[in-house]
Design a binder for this molecule. Structure first.
Ligand SMILES: Nc1ncnc2c1ncn2[C@@H]1O[C@H](COP(=O)(O)OP(=O)(O)OP(=O)(O)O)[C@@H](O)[C@H]1O
Ligand SMILES: [Mg+2]
Length: 392
């Protein structure tokens, strides 16, 4: 049985949050429910408290007492110094308006650490009210650099939600994910004031799991759902806004080639993908038709988490050349292909992507353990070797 009480240290995220707190009056941590935001904020607060010899104030907007204390937020918050943590901001997004003048004070006596589980797109007012005064950081579930390299298969099968990954058995992990999906549909979404049928949204989510790693096709999905393309788009935005779904935009290059214009969709957490597809363990995963797509989405999320990239795209031409992931770092372009094979080899599409997109380097990320070169700019990389900053 794996440990359930011991905390997994998350140094990459901790350092990032501490750095943001140094740099801006307001730091906002966003991510799906249950990724460990509150726990991370607590770990950060412990260090902040000792380092700066200052107080920490906590408000959890799920609690009536905190909501009551913040019923006159200007008065309550203005007098505070040290670190002020406001958790579950999606419950009272109007609070962001209050934070603006507080963040603008010449001598800010307090740093605000704000946590929420719905994206700015879903909760109106967040980004506009704090533009320029705040730094945003996404907190996903566990990534491979936070665990040991031999955790790769369990992380892939169960996904990165701490409670799912740490569960005492595959069965317990699945039951946790099942309850998580139900809570998201039946509690979290209605709590955001969004009125949709939880059964329809569940059906849509399962449909998307079958399209995992494919191009978004609103009319096809809408037809299967018996709804309009506009409704399908609305549902997509809900799942994306709750960090359940990644909508990866296409990259366009100024080429004389026709390039794909619709985004690709991925269920962000591999454990939830497997739950929705009825994949229970590594054996069923290996024999499942979506095995390769599952690896692609899993490795993609891991690379994005580890490199902290949010400027990410895929690229595809009508004639079949493709790149799974394009990110920009230090002014350069880095390409990634995700291959679920024992020994990936070079393809024509890789050469085309390298040339057309002027990539600094192309990594082929696979589940194996050996690192090797296919070309002077193309390297095959085990997932565990994608650790920052080696990628750049
Ligand atoms: N670093 C960690 N090591 C071990 N367990 C963790 C870690 N982070 C979180 N957990 C566990 O995962 C669960 C969810 O954590 P937490 O409450 O911090 O997530 P959250 O993102 O704040 O969730 P919510 O959005 O629902 O408030 C808790 O049971 C917690 O103990
Ligand atoms: Mg929380």
């Amino acid at each position: 049985m794996r440990q359930t009480s011991k905390l997994i240290a998350r140094p990459r995220l901790m350092n990032q949050v501490l750095q943001f707190l140094d740099e801006a009056p307001v730091t906002v941590l966003l991510g799906a429910r249950q990724t460990g935001k509150t726990t991370l904020a607590q770990m950060v607060a412990d260090i902040f408290e000792k380092r700066n010899r200052t107080e920490v104030h906590r408000f959890d907007l799920e609690r009536a007492a905190s909501r009551a204390a913040l019923s006159t937020p200007e008065i309550t918050l203005e007098s505070l110094s040290g670190l002020v943590i406001i958790d579950e901001i999606q419950r009272i997004p109007q609070l962001f308006e209050t934070l603006r003048p507080l963040a603008d004070r010449a001598e800010t006596p307090a740093r605000f650490l704000v946590l929420g589980s719905a994206s700015p797109g879903l909760v109106r007012g967040i980004s506009e009210s704090l533009a320029g005064r705040s730094l945003f950081l996404q907190v996903p579930g566990f990534a491979i650099d936070e665990l040991s390299a031999d955790a790769q298969n369990s992380l892939w099968v169960r996904g990165g939600f701490p409670r799912s990954w740490l569960a005492s058995s595959d069965g317990a992990s699945r039951r946790w994910r099942e309850a998580f999906i139900a809570a998201f549909l039946e509690r979290d979404i209605p709590q955001l004031g969004i009125r949709v049928s939880s059964e329809t949204l569940r059906r849509f989510w399962i449909m998307l799991a079958h399209y995992h790693g494919q191009k978004w096709n609103a009319s096809e999905l809408a037809r299967s759902l018996g709804a309009s393309p506009k409704t399908a788009l609305y549902y997509r935005d809900i799942l994306a806004g709750g960090y359940m779904l990644r909508v990866l935009p296409p990259w366009f290059e100024n080429l004389k080639k026709r390039q794909v214009k619709s985004p690709k969709i991925y269920i962000r957490d591999s454990g939830l993908l497997h739950m929705l597809l009825g994949i229970t363990d590594m054996n069923t995963l290996r024999s499942h038709p979506r095995y390769g797509a599952s690896w692609e989405g899993f490795a993609l999320e891991q690379v994005l988490a580890i490199t902290g990239s949010d400027n990410a795209y895929f690229w595809s031409t009508q004639r079949g050349a493709e790149l799974d992931l394009l990110i920009f770092r230090n002014g350069m372009r880095w390409g990634f292909e995700f291959k679920c094979s024992d020994a990936p080899s070079i393809t024509k599409s890789m050469h085309i992507a390298l040339d057309d997109l002027c990539l600094k380097k192309l990594f082929v990320v696979y589940p194996g353990k050996e690192r090797y070169w296919l070309h002077k700019k193309i390297e095959v990389l085990p997932l565990a070797d994608c650790i920052n900053p080696n990628v750049a």
